[in-house]
Design a protein around this ligand. Structure first.
Ligand SMILES: Nc1nc2c(c(=O)[nH]1)N[C@H]1C(S)=C(S)[C@@H](COP(=O)(O)O)O[C@H]1N2
Ligand SMILES: [Mo]
Length: 181
């Protein structure tokens, strides 16, 4: 367990605003920014991509951790196949306006997914359905719910909570909760 965390069996919902309900026929996932050509998958094409199931622990900055959560989704490596970029960072953006920033290397190498099932069921809207980012090695605020796109960038720019004083990187093992930690 990372320092300062306790285990919960519940699955708390933490959202900075109301839960968006985007119909699947209006949903797509887009990779844009520092790329030759932006690429976009409508829902049906997205869920037809190769899928992976992973069982991971998740760690919220408010100190709860949930062990052995099982998710199914598309690896970011799969989405970036054939995408040529000089970008070192990514801004993840969502329905509802939430954003979060990460180094590109933290969402590649089998370390991040766009998840659309939780425990073999479609991901519930409150937990980010139809699809959310899953980056279990960082605090859970980086795992953006209702994700719609990855904007690849050459420079880093703080996302929603990062601009409000959360740590820019958010490694739970180093207890990087807030700026200065
Ligand atoms: N779009 C969006 N994603 C978000 C949030 C949010 O408010 N909006 N909250 C973040 C925070 S602070 C946490 S701890 C987790 C909570 O996910 P959960 O509600 O599924 O537990 O989602 C993260 N992703
Ligand atoms: Mo959070």
């Amino acid at each position: 367990m990372p320092p300062g965390q306790y285990v919960t069996r519940d699955f708390p919902v933490l959202s900075a605003g109301p839960t968006p309900h985007t119909p699947l026929d209006e949903w797509s996932l887009t990779i844009s920014g520092a790329v030759e050509e932006p690429v976009s998958w409508p829902w049906e094409e997205f869920v037809a991509l190769p899928r992976e199931s992973v069982t991971v622990d998740i760690h919220c900055v408010t100190k709860w951790s949930k062990l052995d959560t099982t998710w199914t989704g598309v690896s970011i490596d799969t989405l970036l196949e054939g995408v040529d970029t000089v970008a070192g960072y990514v801004t993840v953006w969502c329905d509802g306006g939430y954003t979060t920033n990460l180094p590109l290397e933290d969402i590649t190498g089998g370390r991040a997914w766009i998840a659309y099932e939780y425990g073999d069921e479609p991901l519930e809207p409150e937990h980010g359905g139809p699809a959310r980012l899953l980056v279990p090695h960082l605090y859970f605020w980086k795992s953006a719910k209702w994700v719609r796109g990855l904007a690849l960038r050459e420079d880093d720019e703080p996302g929603f909570w990062e601009a409000y004083g959360y740590h820019n990187y958010g490694d739970p093992w180093k207890e990087q909760r807030y700026q200065g930690d």
